[in-house]
Design a protein around this ligand. Sequence first.
Ligand code: SF4
Ligand code: SF4
Length: 366
Amino acid sequence: MIYKKYGKTGKDISVIGFGGMRFLKTGDTYDYDKCAEIVVKAGELGVNYFDTAPYYCDDNSEFIMSHAFKNMKKQFYVSTKSSQKDGAKLREQLETSLKRMNLEKINFFHIWCILNMDDFKSRMVKGGAYEAALKAKEEGLIEHIVFSTHCNGDEIETIVNEDLFEGMTVGYNILNFPFRQKGLQAACKKGLGVAVMNPLGGGLIPQKAEYFDFIRSEDDETVVDAALRFNASHDEITTVLAGMGSVEEVVQNCHIGENLKKLDEKKLKEIEGKLFNSMDKLCTGCRYCEHCPKKIPVSKFMLAYNNKILQNEQEVLNNLKNHWGIEYKKAKECIECGICEGKCTQHLPIIARLRDVGVWGDAANQ
Ligand code: SF4
Ligand code: SF4
């Protein structure tokens, strides 16, 4: 396994990190023994950064991690998060995470999911999230305060220049890199460690392996290998968090981490050039747009809409019907309140896209 320095923390972190958000259920529940085996295997193969959070996997992820940690012999580091804005509530959540995972401290504690600059400011007020995290750090409950965000590059640059954090976690992949690249560069310049999540674009990259095949080089067996290598090759990125739901996935991902042949700057630029035009148009399936007042499953509609960009309109309708089991007509119930667009991490024109789907569906059903 290749290790990189996480900013100025002095920690060497595995280039492949464990994303604890993709454990799979056995029947209706999570089999903790089975899930923990996956985590333990990753530790054995050299992964030393384990990322979890309250609410991941129906709030089971921290418990699964705890179950695994008991059986891990090598040194490892734990990352968890709180999106609470209120200091007292963040403290409560931190203490819950510590208790759940039977830890004395969290190595990387995230001010979680900063959506925009107003949201960032709301975490920084007196009595707010950051102040509470700082106090917990002074008490030894947190080792490094970091943040995770869906902000764009300029906004990330503003945040890192505040000199408040030792690292950050952002979504970054071949589908959305232009949106955040400036932020990564700013973080690197400031000496922050960077973990990247969602390296496979919410599963779209392996699903459209043929489309993305051009990013594969002779060193990559699969498009997944190529996508992970794209991220891991960035000097700005310390660790690539891969959600792992099976021992096989752990082995495959760790193989990449062991045999990483870095893409040189020229090759990176070449791939970026090919991808650039459509990068910020695709939905990554992050689901922050949910909770529509009209109960429209926005993320599913937008994931289906990716087929318009990658293929054609008919594929959008097919995907909605056959993959998601959704009637296109649901899109026409949108009252254009804008709540989903305000939350969309990719800043997609959701309302206009829903309108498109309604028009295409009507035309196809005439
Ligand atoms: S704009 Fe439409 S889809 Fe989005 S939250 Fe409002 S009603 Fe739902
Ligand atoms: S529409 Fe936006 S917020 Fe919703 S899943 Fe897609 S990228 Fe995420």
